[in-house]
Design a protein around this ligand. Structure first.
Ligand code: FMN
Length: 239
């Protein structure tokens, strides 16, 4: 079965092939990247590989994800965070934040989140949604200890998402925190603040998307379902 014949026009113009497309169908176009078969039962091995491949491109911030939460009023709010862990066996991703921030307060009201990552050089998108739980303290400690000293001090100094009178007031606050720990260039270790730590999004749905130059984008979703092979039910979706 063929796609309808194309008539060219602006939709396909970026390929510079509109004259040829007047005669051919989508199936005759040069092959585009897609989610190659056989697809894994669980999306997480592929998601982990995609993250590695994104890092290998040298692109800026391959680990950045948009994170959506909603509080008791049900209205979504969205911000960027860093994806700082992925557990393929359990099917979760990890981010770190202040546990008294606006997002953390929303998560306390509704422990569900959606995240999206986009890797422009690869024309790939990943979407992950599910329930959210706090990471175990030892995991948060280990990650905090690996952070640069300035980030550690800033975590102590910022009452994230709360108002502050001025930028100077913020810098004074950060200096006071730094002094407590022996200065910004000090050697004394900085412990993890009790109000800062990790969250895990335990995926109930994952979608992987590959963009196509001719707009025949490829999308596959995995829904967690205990009785399905590998614990996930998989479907290809229309773009
Ligand atoms: C590229 C980028 C990465 C960020 N990573 C984090 C992060 O890992 N954790 C975090 O708490 N905030 C991070 N932020 C800041 C958040 O986007 C946000 O401003 C902050 O967490 C407060 O959000 P909230 O008031 O909704 O809780 C990042 C911002 C950008 C632009």
């Amino acid at each position: 079965m063929r796609f309808q014949r194309q008539r060219g026009g602006p939709f396909l113009a970026p390929c510079g092939r509109s004259a040829r497309l007047a005669k051919v169908g989508f199936q005759e176009l040069p092959s585009d990247p897609s989610l190659s078969e056989p697809l894994p039962d669980s999306p997480f091995s592929l998601l982990a590989r995609w993250l590695e491949e994104a890092r290998a491109t040298g692109m800026a911030n391959p680990d950045v994800m948009a994170l959506a939460t909603a509080g008791a009023d049900g209205r979504p709010s969205l911000r960027m965070v860093l994806c700082r862990g992925l557990d393929a066996a359990r099917g979760h991703v990890v981010f770190y934040t202040n546990r008294d921030s606006a997002k953390a307060r929303e998560l306390a009201q509704r422990p569900y989140a959606s995240a999206a990552l986009y890797w422009e050089p690869l024309s790939r998108q990943a979407r992950i949604s599910g329930s959210v739980e706090e990471s175990p303290p030892a995991e948060s400690d280990a990650y905090f200890a690996s952070r640069p000293r300035l980030s550690q001090l800033a975590a102590w100094g910022s009452r994230q998402s709360r108002p502050i009178a001025s930028r100077d007031a913020l810098l004074e606050r950060l200096d006071a925190v730094a002094a407590r720990f022996g200065g910004v260039e000090g050697e004394a270790p900085v412990s993890r603040p009790p109000f800062w730590g990790g969250y895990r999004i335990l995926a109930s749905r994952v979608e992987l998307w590959v963009g196509s130059r001719v707009r025949a984008h490829d999308r596959v979703e995995w829904i967690r379902e205990a009785s399905a092979p590998g614990g996930w039910r998989r479907s290809r979706l229309q773009p």
